[in-house]
Design a protein around this ligand. Structure first.
Ligand SMILES: NC(=O)c1ccc[n+]([C@@H]2O[C@H](COP(=O)([O-])OP(=O)(O)OC[C@H]3O[C@@H](n4cnc5c(N)ncnc54)[C@H](OP(=O)(O)O)[C@@H]3O)[C@@H](O)[C@H]2O)c1
Length: 313
C-alpha cells in the first residue's frame, strides 16, 4: 500500500478500528478516510454508494460491526443479524462497483462450530452447528466471508477475511456489565487495590483456557495481510497460545501489584473449556504476534488509568 493510497477504515472509533488507525498513522499514511456511524450509516445502501462514489477509496478495511456480549446478542438477535448482514453486503458490493484494489473484512472466532476440535482451524468453518447464543452474529459474519470469496471467484476482487481471537487493549470496554473477561478482571483487581479489599472474586473455576491478542498486534497483522496475503477463506489471527483464566488473573494481579487473594467462584458458569485458534496459516505467511500478555496488560492498564481518569495505583 502506497503511503498516499486512499484507505477507507470503517469503524475507526472501535477497539479494532482505533488500533488500525493508530498503526496507519504511525506508518505515515496520509489519506485515511473515516466516518462515524452518525456521519455514514453502513446499513444504508444509498449512503454507502454515495460515499464510495465521492471518495473512491483504493483500500477498504471493514472493522465496523454491531458488536456485543452474550446478553446483547441473545436479546437483540434480529438487529445483530440485520445490521451485520447489511454492513457487509453494502460495503463489499460498493467496493466491487467502485473498483477497490483490496478489501480486508474482519470477523470473529464465533464463526466456528460450537463443538469443533481445538485449536480451531480455518477449514472447520461450516462443518457443524454454531453456539446458539451468538448464532445470528456468527451467521452474518460467515455471510461476509462468503461474500468476499464469491466476489473473488466471480469478479476477481481481491477481498480477504481475518478472524481475530479474543482481543484486548486501549479502547476496550471496562463496563462490568458488558465487558469481556480481561478488562473486567483488570478493573476488579485495580479497584480492589485502590479500596484495600483483601479478596477479589473471579467468576468460574479459573480452569477454562483462552487466548488473548493485544489489539495493536491485530492491527499489525491486518496491515501485514493487506500487503502480503491474497486468497479465499478466513485467516485466523491470534498468538497461537492459550492460558487458564486462573493464570490470566494471576498475571493481572502481578501487573496491577495487588497483594490480596483471588477467590474462584465455581458456582458461576465456566463456558467452553478451551478456545484457541490454529494460526499456522498466518504464521506460514510470515506474521507472528509480538506483544506478550504481561506487556499488553500493562499498556492497557496505563491507557485505562489515563482515559478514565481513574486514580492511580
Ligand atoms: N473486540 C473483540 O474482542 C473482537 C474479537 C474478534 C473480532 N472482533 C471483530 O472486530 C470487528 C470490530 O469489533 P470492535 O470490537 O472494534 O467493535 P466496537 O468497538 O464495538 O466498534 C464497532 C465500530 O463499528 C461502527 N459501527 C457499528 N455499526 C455501524 C453502522 N451501522 N454504520 C457505521 N458504523 C458502524 C461503530 O461506529 P461509531 O463509533 O461511530 O459508533 C464502531 O466504531 C467486528 O467485526 C468484530 O467481530 C472483535
Amino acid at each position: 500500500m502506497d503511503k498516499h493510497s486512499r484507505i477507507y477504515l470503517a469503524g475507526h472509533r472501535g477497539l479494532v478500528g482505533g488500533a488500525i488507525l493508530r498503526r496507519l498513522q504511525q506508518l505515515g499514511h496520509t489519506q485515511i478516510l473515516t466516518r462515524t456511524h452518525r456521519e455514514l450509516d453502513l446499513c444504508s445502501q444509498v449512503q454507502v454508494e454515495q460515499f464510495f462514489e465521492q471518495e473512491r477509496p483504493a483500500y477498504v478495511i471493514l472493522a465496523a460491526a454491531r458488536v456485543g456480549g452474550i446478553l446483547a446478542n441473545s436479546t437483540y438477535p434480529a438487529q445483530f443479524l440485520y445490521d451485520n448482514l447489511m454492513i457487509a453486503a453494502n460495503v463489499i458490493q460498493a467496493s466491487y462497483r467502485y473498483g477497490v484494489t483490496k478489501l480486508l473484512n474482519l470477523g470473529s472466532s464465533c464463526i466456528y462450530p460450537k463443538l469443533a476440535p481445538q485449536p480451531l482451524k480455518e477449514e472447520y468453518l461450516l462443518t457443524g452447528p454454531l453456539e446458539p447464543t451468538n448464532r445470528a452474529y456468527a451467521v452474518a459474519k460467515i455471510a461476509a466471508i462468503e461474500l468476499c470469496d464469491h466476489y473473488r471467484a466471480q469478479y476477481g476482487c481481491d477481498f480477504i477475511s481475518a478472524m481475530p481471537t479474543n482481543l484486548y487493549g486501549p479502547g476496550d470496554n471496562f463496563d462490568l456489565q458488558t465487558s469481556h473477561v480481561l478488562p473486567a478482571l483488570l478493573r476488579k483487581v485495580l479497584e480492589a487495590k485502590q479500596t484495600g479489599a483483601t479478596t477479589v472474586t473471579v467468576w468460574g473455576s479459573g480452569n477454562p483456557r483462552r487466548e488473548f491478542l493485544y489489539v495493536d498486534d491485530l492491527a499489525a497483522a491486518c496491515l501485514f495481510l493487506l500487503e502480503h496475503f491474497s486468497g479465499p477463506g478466513p485467516v485466523n489471527v491470534g498468538t497461537g497460545e492459550d492460558l487458564r483464566i486462573r493464570e490470566l488473573a494471576l498475571t493481572i494481579q502481578e501487573v496491577v501489584g495487588y497483594k490480596g487473594s483471588l477467590v474462584f467462584d465455581s458456582t458461576k458458569p465456566d463456558g467452553t473449556p478451551r478456545k484457541l485458534l490454529d494460526v499456522s496459516r498466518l504464521q506460514q505467511s510470515g506474521w507472528q504476534a509480538e506483544i506478550g500478555l504481561k506487556e499488553g496488560i500493562g499498556r492497557t492498564l496505563a491507557w485505562y488509568l489515563a482515559s478514565a481518569e481513574v486514580p492511580g495505583c
